[in-house]
Design a protein around this ligand. Structure first.
Ligand SMILES: O=C(O)CCC(=O)C(=O)O
Length: 343
């Protein structure tokens, strides 16, 4: 099957629909500026193989590592579920295809486990959060770690619903340990995925592996992009692309969001929508502010980078205010830890 060809071997449980292999590139052949130009700017998904450098996390982060180091710690596994890391990891290791265990998808590393941040250095350069890391972003919206989350599940565990990320965000999911099946659907297929009326970024289809076509007949018109993530792989999920994940073996991965000029307009629209609950005058003021900020950031991002590669490693003011790479953002995890401590 070609990189973007139709998969004639679709598994029988996936009901009549088009299934396409997601494009894959390797980090060695994809410089970061090319990734930004060809994928981020075009809202086009891709897997970057070997995106995660040889950091301590890649060598150490197994389910057992978390049980040994943090066994007694209580963690938020899902919005409604808390348990100790030891109990959670036992359930992950006991998880089976026919009896799936819990899947952790709500643990934000910065506020809850900042001691893990240095273990992710050197960071995956393709997951740089771009405008979320700008010091010009107002404090309540700035996230130098890109809302970094830890995701852990065992065999058959899965992200509980097909969805796209809020705030028009791009997402990156970087596999650290184990293998995970990942699926995506383009924004144009939204109607075929039955968005929930109360939460339009979530699909009402409970499990796309067993779709009740009598209830969801349009689903068969959707095109599913499919891949399997292995350690070191990162999938880039562009804004408004629907996605879901299912673990094939005990799996540890991280998720980060990306915001830049390509998805800024939709970000502003969502933050300033009627649903934000703000009074009309405040919404207009917020929109005017964010629109102006977007303009300033666009100019600074194009400003000639003076000394990015200088012997001292110092970067110019434009690069510091509107960094477009981890190299420009500086000592990023130290910075992220300090940022979380200061909140
Ligand atoms: O479980 C995964 O890998 C998907 C994560 C995700 O989509 C999310 O956290 O929004």
């Amino acid at each position: 099957m070609g990189a973007t060809g139709i998969d004639a071997q679709a598994r029988p449980e996936v009901r009549a629909q088009r299934r396409v292999a997601l494009e894959r590139r390797t980090a060695a052949d994809l410089p970061y500026p090319d990734f930004v130009r060809d994928y981020i700017a075009r809202n086009r998904p891709v897997v970057v193989e070997n995106a995660l450098p040889a950091c301590p996390a890649r060598q150490q982060w197994t389910p057992e590592y978390f049980r040994e180091r943090f066994g007694a710690k209580r963690i938020q596994v899902s919005p409604s579920e808390q348990m100790t890391f030891a109990d959670f990891i036992d359930a992950v290791l006991a998880s089976r295809e026919d009896a799936p265990g819990p899947y952790m998808y709500r643990l934000f590393i910065g506020p809850h486990m900042p001691e893990l941040l240095p273990e992710l250095e050197p960071l995956n350069p393709y997951a740089f959060p771009r405008r979320l890391a700008s010091p010009l972003m107002p404090r309540q919206w700035r996230r130098p770690d890109g809302y970094l989350k830890l995701l852990i599940g065992g065999v058959g565990g899965r992200f509980p619903f097909l969805h796209y990320d809020l705030e028009n965000a791009h997402a990156t999911i970087t596999e650290i340990h184990g293998d995970k099946e990942f699926i995506l659907y383009p924004p144009a297929d939204a109607a075929f995925l039955y968005p929930r009326p109360d939460m339009p970024n979530q699909s009402a289809i409970p499990d796309v592996r067993q779709v009740d076509l009598a209830r969801f007949p349009l689903y068969e018109r959707a095109t599913q992009y499919h891949t399997v993530l292995h350690p070191g792989d990162m999938v880039f999920v562009p804004s408004r692309w629907w996605h879901g994940a299912r673990t094939l073996s005990p799996s540890v991965s991280i998720c980060q969001n990306v915001l830049d000029g390509s998805n800024w307009g939709g970000y502003v629209d969502e933050l300033c929508s009627r649903k934000s609950g703000l009074p009309e005058a405040k919404r207009h003021a917020k929109r005017a502010y964010l629109t102006a900020l977007g303009g300033v950031l666009s100019v600074l991002e194009r400003w000639p980078r003076r000394a990015a590669a200088s012997a001292t490693g110092s970067v110019g003011r434009a690069a510091r205010l509107a960094p477009v790479s981890y190299a420009e953002a500086g000592d990023s995890t130290t910075w992220a830890v300090a940022d979380w401590k200061a909140r």
